[in-house]
Design a protein around this ligand. Structure first.
Ligand code: PLP
Length: 395
């Protein structure tokens, strides 16, 4: 490991872009134009309209609806509350089928409302829920399916739509990763009954914290609007049970500013993705998750799969070496929702039903990308990985 670190030092001809003391993180936020943001913040302070569907939230919702080509967009304080609202608006209950290979919020949004998440295995090619495993999991208590567009890679939406129609199940998508992505030429946000985006700091577009519920269904949109604001139908008039799911003006100001740089962010991400492809190409046992370049994609994630039989080094050892060299790579969705509480205790044998989820969770490694990374850095990251593998083979 010391040897690699020295190697890294030798290679570190960064000019003034990076010193060895800088850590590179997965999910480091992309920041849009600072002056635009500050001028919006000044507007907010001048207006003294800080929240409750202010002008920036309205503008943010309109921009998202236009970009996605969807009828209704309701901005939320975050995507987790967005999912909870969507689940409630769809009147899901009993059991809902979800992948375990997702961020814990997908499962928690159900369990929080005492709905049982039934974990389904994934397709190892797309990393998304495997439609052909769903029918065997349907019981009389099943009311819906939540697909997750992991990494911005759309689920097999066509198959999921067919299955949900056949069994009269509601179909909801956790599109937290998939803002700016398309499926068969149509923007994500138009599928199922409802889709939910996240604008958390680590996501492609961020509003510090935030999310959006999108739907083409008028009735659902009206219901969610009420639920998001305590059920208020007007001043002093509550007609429904609700919560506080509103986005603030400050968040919308950040979100709007981030949206203005959307093309730049995806260009940078795409360029980084191609550099990674080029630099990691010849390393045996390392494969980079491939996106369909015919579709729109935000390329927000760089996903490696480590085949330990070929690399002779485990994913976790490689992670350790990268961290020791200030590259803060991450395991994602590890160890999988089914192995986290409370699900692990509720269903201790679930892992037997999820061989692909288990396998993937043990071999995935995410690398940094975004506007704080460039070709030189990618070359060095690849060099560290190559050296680690070469050394593992010779020792
Ligand atoms: C980030 C994320 C969420 C939660 O989003 P928040 O805005 O942080 O609440 C839900 N699902 C997935 C797949 C995510 O990655």
């Amino acid at each position: 490991m010391i040897h690699i670190k020295k190697h890294f030092t030798d290679l570190a001809i960064f000019g003034d872009t990076l010193t060895l003391n800088d850590k590179l993180y997965v999910g480091r936020p992309n920041i849009g134009n600072r002056d635009r943001l500050l001028s919006r913040i000044n507007d907010i302070l001048d207006r003294r309209w800080l929240t409750n569907h202010g002008p920036y939230v309205q503008e943010f919702e309109q921009r998202i609806a236009d970009l996605v080509g969807v009828k209704h967009c309701i901005a939320t304080c975050n995507a987790t509350v967005g999912l909870e609202l969507a689940i409630r608006a769809l009147e899901l209950k009993g059991e809902v089928i979800v992948p375990s290979f997702t961020f814990i919020a997908t499962a928690h949004a159900l369990q929080w409302q005492e709905i049982t998440p039934v974990f389904c295995d994934i397709d190892p090619q797309t990393h998304t829920i495997n439609p052909w495993r769903i029918e065997a999991m349907i019981t009389p208590r099943t009311t819906g399916i939540i697909g997750v567009h992991v990494w911005g890679q759309p689920c097999n939406i066509e198959a999921l739509t067919k299955i949900s129609q056949k069994h009269n199940l509601k179909l909801l998508f956790d599109a937290a990763h998939a803002f700016g992505c398309s499926y068969k030429g149509q923007m994500i946000g138009n599928f199922g009954e409802i889709e939910v985006f996240s604008f958390h700091a680590t996501k492609f577009i961020n509003s510090c914290e935030g999310g959006a519920i999108v739907t083409n269904n008028n009735e659902l949109a009206n219901k969610i609007r009420l639920m998001e604001n305590f059920g208020f139908a007007g001043m002093d008039n509550v007609i429904y049970i609700g919560t506080n799911g509103k986005m603030s003006e400050m968040s919308a100001a950040m979100g709007l500013t981030s949206l203005e740089s959307m093309d730049e962010f995806s260009e940078v991400n795409y360029r980084n993705y191609k550099y990674y492809q080029q630099e990691l190409g010849g390393i045996p046992g390392i494969s980079l998750f491939k996106f369909n370049e015919q579709e729109k994609c935000n390329y927000q994630y760089i996903i490696l799969e480590i085949d330990e039989l070929e690399t002779h080094i485990s994913r976790d050892k490689l992670l350790e070496i990268l961290h020791a060299n200030n590259i803060i790579a991450r395991r994602y969705f590890y160890p999988g929702c089914h192995r986290m509480e409370p699900y692990r205790s509720y269903f201790p044998h679930t892992r037997l039903l999820l061989p692909e989820t288990e396998k993937l969770g043990d071999c995935v490694l995410l690398l940094p990308t975004g506007t704080s990374i460039n070709q030189d850095i990618i070359r060095i990251i690849a060099q560290i990985i190559r050296t680690a593998i070469t050394e593992a083979k010779t020792t």
